[in-house]
Design a protein around this ligand. Structure first.
Ligand SMILES: Nc1ncnc2c1ncn2[C@@H]1O[C@H](COP(=O)(O)OP(=O)(O)OP(=O)(O)O)[C@@H](O)[C@H]1O
Length: 593
């Protein structure tokens, strides 16, 4: 889809806006003729009525011109603002539809720049298109034609001015545009570093890294300042250079004009008109040069915005069609499931260079693949609890994200309630599952607004019941208690408990806790797990943890290491059969002691 399709609705403004601007340009082009008439037939001939008549015509034309400009500006504002708003909404809508694959591929930072800066560039380009794209070339050509009608030799001076002036503008622009790009990339860098330092301010202070961070910021700010100065040094040349050129050309017009006046081929008024036309021509050329810069920037913005609009999400977000009954024997099955992240599929080979000499044998060794999960196979029986343990980076969260269709497996099949996950809509999958992620995310608002996120119809009673299940009553005494951005007015453990309450409020069939008890003390951790075990609407639960104590009561345990299931069974079985599991238990017991 092209960004232009969002401008189609503004056809009227796109046609009438430039048309009004064209009328204004015609009025502007005729003004110097009246000026010449006023000087030659009015002032020089001392004909006062002529002076009045010419002045009135000029005033009338100026007012008409002003009205045309106002109408055009109005149309430009309506079209560009409307176009920008619709395009921005479309981009935001598309981004919200992206699966984690596209978010990983693009990188979330770029979404902000594309939604704000790039759409702004396109908006500006559309406004300029309406206001100037016809006017500027028309005035340039019109001024030259008018100069020819007044005097042929003057017409040739005008004609010669165009390439010389354009060449100077081209040199200046071609030098400043790349410098402007460098300024933009420095601004991006400064944005990134500032937001990183603001979010990590507590860690920076805890490690007494303030000075180091200040130096880092100073370095980026200095780079930005230098690039800016570098760019403005060049663009500062623009004004004096064009002024110098303008004065030289006016001097030339006066000189050639003087010769023509002395032989009676021109009158004083004609010289004034010619100077006016020359000023119009030069102003129009400067506008054209600026337009080129705006359109070059808009062109790259168009490509970046269209890249988002034309990306089809690998996993489409679809509404809820049917509620899964969860009556089959296996609630969840993984059959030979492998997965690698899209980012790691790029550059599988990097700058490989070798020669295979004639008659020789080449051996290639190395790890088997970049798969983060490798041939995972297990069944989650109806009414049971699954525990997933494994060292950090072993693939636990990735496995959980596959269950929720955040990513699609690169190999193998996942069945939910005996149905291939690929045949289920995201609505069906996510309606059945409530997920509490590793990092408890709360949004600014109130306890109530956070709890009702996934279940807007929840009553006050539902809220209190969920809070009780998640052991939140000791710190929540009112549903209207405010929650700060990221829930910073609550402790880590309180945030985790609120996130669990939010997951429980809809009474999900499957509950997944991804290391969601890690910030709780053992007593609270145990209390919540005991409560969860009593909730009979939860047909299955999956608890992910690095802490064996949090999962050892699960009916079935999966032990992951480097993306592979290295052992599975109950805690008792694993204690007997898996050395790897025993080692984890022993090391955690030592830590606890
Ligand atoms: N979005 C991503 N893009 C690329 N690689 C990723 C991404 N997320 C995770 N990985 C990689 O996948 C592997 C498994 O990560 P995962 O988060 O699933 O591990 P984990 O067992 O949940 O770890 P932890 O216990 O520390 O949370 C790691 O090597 C990690 O670097």
């Amino acid at each position: 889809m092209s960004v232009f399709s969002y401008a189609k609705k503004y056809k009227k403004q796109l046609i009438l806006g430039p048309a009004f601007k064209l009328m204004e340009a015609i009025f502007e082009l005729t003004l110097p003729l009246f000026m010449a008439y006023l000087i030659d037939s009015g002032i020089r001939e001392k004909n006062i009525s002529m002076v009045y008549a010419a002045t009135l015509y000029m005033l009338g034309l100026s007012i008409l011109g002003l009205l045309c400009v106002l109408v055009c500006q109005y149309y430009a504002a309506v079209a560009s603002q409307g176009f920008g708003t619709e395009l921005r909404l479309a981009v935001v809508k598309k981004i919200t539809q992206f699966s984690h694959t596209e978010i990983d591929e693009f990188g979330s930072d770029t979404f902000l720049t594309r939604t704000i800066n790039d759409v702004n560039q396109l908006q500006l380009a559309l406004a300029m298109l309406i206001r100037l794209v016809i006017r500027a070339p028309f005035l340039s050509i019109g001024s030259i034609v008018m100069a020819f009608t007044i005097n042929t030799s003057m017409g040739f001076i005008f004609l010669l001015t165009v390439p010389i002036f354009s060449f100077i503008l081209y040199i200046l622009m071609s030098k400043t545009v790349p410098k402007y790009q460098q300024v933009l990339s420095s601004i991006d860098e400064l944005n990134t570093i500032t937001s990183e330092q603001l979010t990590g301010v507590k860690v920076i202070r805890a490690f007494a890294n303030e000075k180091k961070m200040e130096d880092k910021s100073a370095e980026v700010i200095e780079k930005l300042a230098n690039r800016y100065i570098d760019m403005t040094k060049l663009s500062a040349l623009m004004s004096p250079l064009t002024l110098f050129m303008t004065n030289m050309i006016i001097a030339l017009i006066l000189w050639v004009g003087d010769i023509n006046v002395s032989v009676g081929q021109l009158q004083t008024g004609d010289i004034v008109a010619l100077i006016n036309y020359m000023l119009q021509l030069l102003a129009a050329l400067i506008v054209v040069a600026n337009l080129v810069t705006i359109f070059v920037r808009a062109f790259s913005a168009k490509k970046r915005v269209e890249e988002i609009l034309n990306t089809t999400p690998k996993v489409q977000t679809q509404p809820l069609d049917k509620v899964l009954p969860f009556e089959s024997e296996n609630t969840l099955s993984f059959q030979d499931v492998s997965f690698h992240y899209p980012s790691s599929s790029q550059d599988v080979l990097k700058k490989i260079q070798f020669d295979l000499k004639k008659g020789t044998q080449l051996g290639i060794v190395g790890p088997s693949s970049q798969d983060v999960l490798k041939k995972i196979q297990f069944d989650l029986k109806k009414g049971t609890q699954l525990g997933i343990v494994g060292p950090t980076g072993s693939g636990k969260t990735t496995l959980i994200e596959l269950i929720q269709k955040f990513y699609l497996p690169t190999d193998g099949t996942i069945f939910l309630d005996n149905m291939n996950l690929l045949d289920l809509t995201t609505g069906e999958v996510r309606h059945s599952i409530s997920y509490v992620s590793q990092k408890s995310v709360l949004f600014s608002g109130t306890i109530e607004s956070n709890l009702k996120m996934g279940f807007p119809n929840a009553t006050e009673k539902d809220c209190w019941r969920a809070l009780e299940w998640a052991d939140c009553l000791e710190f929540v005494d009112d549903l209207s208690m405010s929650t700060a951005e990221n829930g910073t007015n609550f402790s880590g453990g309180q945030r985790q408990r609120l996130a669990i309450a939010r997951a429980l409020i809809s009474q999900p069939s499957i509950l997944i806790l991804d290391d969601a008890l890690s910030a709780l003390d053992y007593k609270t951790d145990l209390a919540i797990r005991q409560t969860l075990a009593r909730l009979d609407f939860i047909k299955n639960s999956i608890i992910v943890s690095q802490r064996i104590s949090s999962v050892k009561e699960a009916d079935h345990l999966i032990v992951l290491n480097q993306g592979e299931i290295v052992a599975q069974g109950t805690h008792q079985n694993l204690m007997k059969q898996s050395i790897f599991y025993q080692q984890i238990v022993t090391s955690q017991e030592k830590e606890d002691n």
